[in-house]
Design a protein around this ligand. Structure first.
Ligand code: G6P
Length: 613
């Protein structure tokens, strides 16, 4: 969603702001703009579309100045247009504001301001912010900070703001209330940004603003206050990421790079969370063994790809811990009046740790006095801070909008967690745990093998990419794989794709199958009857002349004989097969998107981190 950057220092701000915006492109946007302070005035440049349009405009009419803000907008209120692009100004052009989030009461504020004579130029909720600050100044607020505090007290909703004012040519203001914002501390210069990758090249120390905090930033000092004006002491943290972590490292896209990072990410998780005896090591998780023993129920909440990880977590946890496990989408859970009590552990899964519906669900769970364990990738994120315990997936920044390495890391986290809880609850005997962990150790090599096969996967994708629709089928552990494979395909190739539990196919999707319909069947070997059932489902597709693509284990000629095309993957333990199988489907979607010529890292209309409902 929208990206905010800001700069105060000695250098020319425009190129640094543009660099920051480029590093936030992954969040998704449809217009962009900058505002710089120069010679007592504010100059603004905004364009619809990709950042290159803004770059071209700046090349024609450069903006000067050492203090400024920049923004990439993902339209919520009002279409993507130059007028609706940020920054937004007050009526005299003395205050410029960039905003991420939603001002929920903007219509009433807008009506009130219109009654006072304000003429709004955009359709956005954001424009009320500079107008409110202007109004407070008119009404006699002695300083900008006082005007700002009074204006902020009128806003409802979730937001992060970056603000500059022509009357304070050396200052940048930053506000956080529900949407993430960080301050990056460089050498004699300071940045603000929605996310760390925007500042990685120039700042190695950051302050994570907390909800209800604002910062007044000057080149030589930073003051942080609560929104009521009281001063707070900032906590400065070192960033342990290298700038290269947010670069493509020779790959044509971030997504392809991230797909290739998966073996390393999983190896890292095993290294950090398995002890010398081959048992899970999660003692630092923050939840005691006693707690896991008395636990009765688990509820997993998440959105998007993380929801598919939750579905996998449910099957696995139920299989190995004996606990009753439910899953829900964040956007449903928060409104359905869930019956959860203290004996329920709520597990929130989120790459970013900033997804609005997931956070709201966690807050609801905490109000009901449940413990919250999050599986999260971003240290310092809101989710990480608000959880009782966090399992960090440690993938490094995931920049491609379509999630890949974060997903397989979430699955891996569930394996380690399930083994840990299963052992404590004595549902899993130690030999079985060491087998599971040994199986997990074999997964990175199995993924390498799939990656090595990418040319043949590309050929299959190129052959089938041009139909209007495709169907993905799987069962048990690989039912979530089918959903996630279909999601990857539609997200980046824009081909309609539907994921289904294979046994449910007869209840609807079978009506769609004809000789043009690619049906991707995940049929890796399992030790129970699911494999035979999957073969029956494939036969049902065959009988209707569907174009069968199977994901099968090496050497499985029986399944191969049923298919038009086969993607072979190495055999790993049943429970772990989704971690390997999804990599084949990520590549299939990737090359379908390549064949269809889409913008793979920044698919249309999607945002990396959905910080509004
Ligand atoms: C967006 C992203 C998805 C992601 C989902 C949940 O829709 O495009 O890739 O799975 O949000 O995000 P989270 O950060 O909570 O995992």
């Amino acid at each position: 969603m929208c990206g905010i950057v800001g700069y105060v220092g000695q250098r020319s701000a425009a190129p640094l702001l543009m660099e920051g915006l480029r590093n936030l492109e992954y969040r998704g946007y449809d217009s962009a703009g900058l505002a710089l302070l120069h010679q007592g005035r504010i100059a603004v440049c905004r364009r619809v579309g990709r950042l290159v349009r803004l770059e071209e405009a700046l090349a024609e009419t450069p903006l000067e100045g050492h203090v400024g803000v920049g923004h990439t907008r993902w339209a919520t209120h009002g279409e993507p247009s130059e007028i609706n692009a940020h920054p937004h100004l007050d009526s005299e052009g003395r205050i410029a504001v960039v905003h991420n989030g939603i001002i929920e009461n903007f219509s009433e504020l807008r009506a009130e301001l219109q009654a006072k004579g304000h003429r709004f130029v955009s359709e956005t909720d954001t424009e009320v912010v500079p107008r409110l600050i202007e109004e407070e100044r008119r009404r006699g607020a002695p300083t900008l900070i006082v005007a700002l505090i009074r204006a902020l007290a009128r806003l409802r909703g979730a937001f992060a703001l970056g603000i500059v004012c022509a009357d304070e040519p050396d200052a940048l203001y930053a506000v956080r209330e529900g949407s993430p914002l960080i301050i990056g501390l460089g050498e004699n210069e300071t940045f603000i940004a929605s996310d760390v990758p925007a500042v990685l090249r120039h700042a190695r120390r950051v302050i994570y603003l907390r909800d209800g905090e604002m910062a007044v930033i000057r080149a030589d000092r930073i003051e942080i206050r609560r929104l009521d004006g009281t001063v707070v002491q900032p906590e400065i943290r070192e960033i342990d990421l290298q700038p290269e972590a947010a670069e493509r490292a020779g790959f044509e896209t971030f997504m392809l790079k991230e797909i290739h990072e998966q073996p390393r990410v999983i190896r890292g998780l095993v290294r950090d969370h398995v002890d010398a005896e081959g048992r899970p090591k999660l003692d630092d998780l923050g939840l005691s063994s006693d707690y896991f023993q008395i636990l009765r129920r688990v509820m997993i909440v998440s959105c998007g790809t993380a929801y598919h990880a939750a579905l996998y977590g449910k099957v696995l946890l139920e299989n190995v811990t004996g606990l009753a496990v439910e899953t829900d989408l964040g956007s449903e859970f928060r409104y359905r009046g869930p019956r959860i009590e203290r004996d329920t552990l709520v597990i929130a899964v989120s790459q970013s740790g900033e997804t609005a519906d997931t956070l709201a669900s966690v807050r609801l769970a905490r109000r009901k006095r449940c413990k919250v364990l999050s599986i999260c990738n971003v240290r310092g994120s809101t989710l990480a801070r608000e959880s009782d315990a966090v399992f960090f997936t440690n993938c490094g920044p995931e920049i491609g909008v379509a999630s890949t390495k974060a997903y397989t890391a979430q699955l891996t986290a569930f394996v380690l967690l399930a083994a840990h809880i299963g052992l404590i609850r004595e549902e899993l005997d130690p030999t079985r745990v060491t087998e599971l962990i040994a199986g997990l150790r074999a997964v990175p090599d199995a993924i390498h093998y799939v990656l090595d096969r990418k040319d043949s996967i590309r050929a299959i994708a190129y052959k089938h990419h041009d139909g209007p629709s495709s169907l993905y089928l799987g069962r048990k552990f690989n039912y979530p794989t089918a959903l996630e494979g279909a999601l990857k395909n539609k997200e980046i190739s824009y081909q309609h794709a539907e994921g289904y539990a294979a046994g449910e196919m007869k209840h609807g999707p079978i009506a769609l199958i004809n000789e043009y319909m690619p049906v991707i069947c995940i049929c890796t070997r399992t030790l129970d009857e699911v494999y035979e059932k999957m073969i029956s489902n494939i036969r049902e597709v065959e009988a209707r002349h569907g174009r069968i693509i199977v994901v099968a284990n090496d050497g499985d000629e029986r399944v191969r004989a049923l298919a038009e095309d086969t993607i072979f993957v190495p055999e790993v333990m049943d429970e772990l097969s989704p971690i390997v199988n999804i990599v084949a489907l990520q590549l299939l979607a990737y090359y379908a998107a390549q064949a269809r010529g889409t913008d793979i890292d920044k698919p249309r209309n999607l945002a990396k981190s959905v910080t509004v409902e």
